[in-house]
Design a protein around this ligand. Structure first.
Ligand SMILES: Cc1cc2nc3c(=O)[nH]c(=O)nc-3n(C[C@H](O)[C@H](O)[C@H](O)COP(=O)(O)OP(=O)(O)OC[C@H]3O[C@@H](n4cnc5c(N)ncnc54)[C@H](O)[C@@H]3O)c2cc1C
Length: 383
């Protein structure tokens, strides 16, 4: 009979909370599940685009509530991770562990693009989505520029979803005739990594809505005073309203603790999600999961949840002295809202062939599925 063990989870976002709940349900009471989160509340990002456009409230829950579910919540910032000596320093103390799961998500590097300041809006944090919502009240039409500063970034369809919903917002507010839309990306085609059928469908939807697509446009600077953005090669665009997905990087504590590899992310075994340190795992956005075909698993909540499920099953088996039964299969889906109450389903199978993606035609049912998950999120994972 194994003695009581401690599983320490760093980060109370989608991956961390799903993992903590799954472990607590599957593990005997003598084992401790501890979760460290710096923010007082857990927030659910898939609703941020609609929060910004004032059509949905923020989905969030006090992280400390998980104490009622037998999880030892430590509301503190992770300052250092020492996988060799099995110690994690948080603001107020040192924490030991038998098994460690790093689920700290991605940080935003807005300072790496000159002039970012408060000139660009985005929906990559609840606070920024809310700032966009407030500033939108003053928007009376003009040139809207939407784009992505750098790859990789979380939820690759998110800026396209924002463009479709913002275009619809302008139509509903009677601002469409006074507004022109541009969308830029460092990629040669919209979501090029997902293949021709996905790119082609997205291009068609952009054209239908008269949103001009600017491929291979790598953002290098923003000038607030002249309302101008610059791309590599000196191409420029003027804007009245700018939405740009900031560059992403691993949280600084992972870099300072020397957990990140050359790519800047934590590299893991693609099937077990274990790092090169024994008993130390990384899941969700912070983990760089590269399949044998060389494809990187996109940063999405759907993949983060699947990874949490695999790690929870394998940790429970390991603790109970059984052979770990689960392997991450690189499959997950997400929904892209296109306006008009409809969403398209995107299914990814990263490990098969050279990595395959399929996108369904938009439907009301797919949008309902997405909204239902969002509505049930707090109930499903906190109750
Ligand atoms: C606008 C938008 C739309 C999206 N839509 C979808 C969608 O439709 N479908 C989908 O599947 N995915 C979607 N995503 C992506 C999804 O939200 C992320 O991939 C997912 O949240 C990743 O989970 P995570 O747990 O790895 O990271 P996060 O959910 O970001 O959680 C990381 C947690 O770690 C905490 N943390 C960080 N550093 C520290 C520290 N030093 N100490 C303590 N705590 C720390 C953070 O506060 C945070 O709570 C969307 C994202 C955005 C921004």
């Amino acid at each position: 009979m194994a003695s009581g063990q401690t599983i320490l989870i760093l980060g109370g976002g989608i991956a961390g909370v799903v993992l903590a709940r799954r472990l607590r349900r599957r593990l005997g009471k003598k084992h401790r599940v501890a979760l460290v989160e710096k923010k007082p509340q857990h927030e659910y990002p898939p609703g941020y685009n609609r929060l910004a456009l004032d059509v949905s409230p923020l989905v969030a829950m006090r992280i400390a509530y998980l104490r009622n579910r037998g999880i030892d919540v430590v509301h503190s910032e992770v300052l250092k991770i020492d996988p060799t000596n099995r110690q994690v320093r948080v603001t107020i103390r040192e924490l030991g562990f038998d098994h460690l799961v790093i689920a700290l998500g991605a940080d935003l590097g807005t300072e790496t693009v000159s002039g970012w300041g408060r000139n660009a809006h985005h929906t990559y944090s609840a606070d920024e989505a809310d700032r966009l919502r407030r500033d939108l009240k003053d928007f009376k039409g003009g040139t809207v520029v939407i784009g992505t500063a750098a790859l990789p970034y979380k939820c690759p369809p998110a800026p396209y979803e924002f463009a479709f919903l913002f275009e619809e917002y302008c139509r509903k507010k009677g601002l469409r005739e006074a507004t022109t839309f541009h969308l830029f990306s460092p990629e040669p085609e919209p979501l090029a990594f997902a293949g021709e059928s996905v790119s082609g469908a997205l291009k068609g939807w952009l054209e239908e809505r008269h949103i001009t697509y600017h491929p291979e446009s790598k953002l290098t600077g923003i000038s607030g005073p002249t309302h101008e953005i610059t791309f590599e090669g000196e191409k420029k665009l003027n804007y009245d309203f700018l939405y740009a997905v900031p560059p992403h990087r691993a949280p600084q504590v992972c870099v300072d603790s020397q957990l990140t590899g050359e790519s800047g992310w934590i590299s893991v075994n693609p099937e077990t999600l274990e790092t090169k340190w024994d008993g130390v795992y990384a899941i969700g956005d912070v983990a760089e999961v590269i399949s044998s075909n060389g494809r990187r698993v996109p940063m999405t909540g759907a993949f983060a949840m699947k990874q949490a499920d695999v790690v929870s099953k394998n940790l429970v088996a390991k603790i109970e002295g059984r052979t770990p039964p689960a392997a991450f299969d690189g499959k997950a889906g997400c929904e892209l809202m296109v306006g008009g109450g409809r969403a398209a389903q995107i299914e990814a199978d990263i490990f098969s062939g050279s990595g395959t993606f399929k996108m369904s035609s938009p439907s009301y049912l797919t949008q309902w599925k997405k909204l239902r998950r969002e509505k049930m999120w707090v109930w499903d994972w906190f109750e």
